[in-house]
Design a protein around this ligand. Structure first.
Ligand SMILES: NC(=O)c1ccc[n+]([C@@H]2O[C@H](COP(=O)([O-])OP(=O)(O)OC[C@H]3O[C@@H](n4cnc5c(N)ncnc54)[C@H](O)[C@@H]3O)[C@@H](O)[C@H]2O)c1
Length: 357
């Protein structure tokens, strides 16, 4: 994507929507010296007062905020349904834009945003920060270093038992629901991990909380090389399943939950001798699925993975100076949105959808 490069030592960032995530950007996400978070616009007086207490210049009008010539970069961190119109307004004002996830509600909205970025020759990217989460980096290392041999199945899930938070996240018109909220992260991780095309999508949605937005999602993606991926998000799970379960021809890996505990088993010897008599277990007889001899595989700790929480803004600084490509690129953003569209379409039709994404 072509963009106007103006080399500066310091780029100033202003946010539209100074809520929970914007405040996290301001205070918690490491930024290089060359990115200064300086201003906020919000429709909530309480949030503007908070922004002022946090040392930001505050604006009560979007027009005034966008007229601030000291601002090079705008972060859009409002509820999801406003991302498109606000990102477009910022780009039309000549600002580079980082949009919070999900970038938009569908591919049609996203295409309008991309056209606008191209017309104004500005950076347009999405904060897909979970590419740097420790659990995902472990799985990426296992995949990249071929630790399990050919991987044929991946399960990625997040589960809780508290329903959806009592905010816009419960509202359909605001772009609430768990596919947009967490699904977008898990899909982005998978598409970033696996090089092949997605050839089919099937999704099931449940609406247990009665809010009218999906609070339980199971999405299956098949890839052209045969890898089958399950992405699952639950908000009514009093017992949680592992966040990652990965199967390769010569091993399996599992990460249990947020504390990153887990294990990896690796095959030593596949010269299996099946018993003459069918083994009996507490749940009945089984020859095929009876446990293998413990000395034919070894248990290994999960690998350690490097995590750099500052990766996103370091990259933004270098992109603005023309020194690097964006870490989160337009074709990647497009693919994630296409899978989300297909998942919703599959949920409505209850059909597997063949595709090439
Ligand atoms: N990348 C991540 O890990 C991550 C984590 C949490 C949230 N998010 C995303 O960040 C965005 C904001 O989520 P949040 O949890 O901070 O929500 P929030 O409700 O805490 O904050 C939203 C803010 O936007 C303001 N707002 C609403 N409509 C507006 C408008 N039209 N113009 C200007 N301001 C407006 C609200 O007053 C509020 O201050 C969402 O898109 C969400 O998906 C991303």
């Amino acid at each position: 994507m072509s963009m106007n490069i103006v080399k500066k030592e310091v780029y100033r960032l202003g946010v539209i929507g100074y809520g929970g995530m914007a405040s996290y950007h301001h205070k918690r996400i490491p930024k290089p010296e060359g990115i200064r978070f300086t201003a906020a616009y919000d429709i909530s007086e309480a949030r503007l007062e908070k922004a002022a207490r946090d040392g930001l210049t505050v604006y009560r009008s979007l027009e005034e905020f966008l007229k601030d010539e000291t601002l090079d970069l705008v972060l859009v961190a409002t509820p999801n349904n406003f991302h498109k119109e606000l990102a477009i307004a910022a780009m039309e004002a000549g600002k580079h834009v980082i949009c919070e996830k999900p970038v938009a509600l569908n591919s049609g909205e996203l295409e309008e945003m991309i056209v606008c970025a191209q017309k104004n020759q500005v950076l347009f990217t999405v904060h897909q920060n979970r590419r740097m989460d420790a659990d995902f980096r472990i799985i990426k290392k296992i995949y990249d270093e071929n630790m399990l041999d050919e991987i044929f199945r991946i399960e990625s899930r997040v589960q809780g038992s508290r329903g959806i938070a009592d905010t816009w996240r419960r509202q359909k018109q605001a772009g609430g629901g768990m596919l947009y909220d967490w699904g977008v992260h898990l899909i982005d991780q998978i598409l970033y991990l696996l090089p092949g095309k997605v050839t089919s999508v099937f999704a099931e949605f449940q609406y247990l909380g009665g809010y009218g937005v999906d609070d339980n999602v199971r999405l299956t993606m098949t890839f052209e090389d045969g890898i089958s991926v399950l992405v699952e998000i639950g908000t009514c799970n009093y017992i949680m399943l592992p966040i990652w379960y990965v199967c390769g021809r010569k091993g399996s890996a599992q990460i249990d939950y947020w504390n990153l505990e887990g294990r990896m088993y690796h095959l030593i010897d596949n010269d299996i001798k099946f018993e003459d008599e069918i083994p009996s277990t507490l749940v009945g007889p089984s020859i095929t699925l009876a446990p293998r001899a413990s000395d034919t595989m070894e248990e290994l700790p999960l690998p350690k993975a490097e995590v750099d929480e500052g990766f996103f803004y370091k990259n933004i600084y270098r992109v603005l100076r023309g020194e690097e490509e964006p870490a989160v690129k337009i074709p990647e953003i497009r693919r994630v949105m296409q899978v989300i569209d297909l998942a919703f379409a599959s949920g409505r039709s209850r059909q597997v959808i063949q595709c090439e994404v």
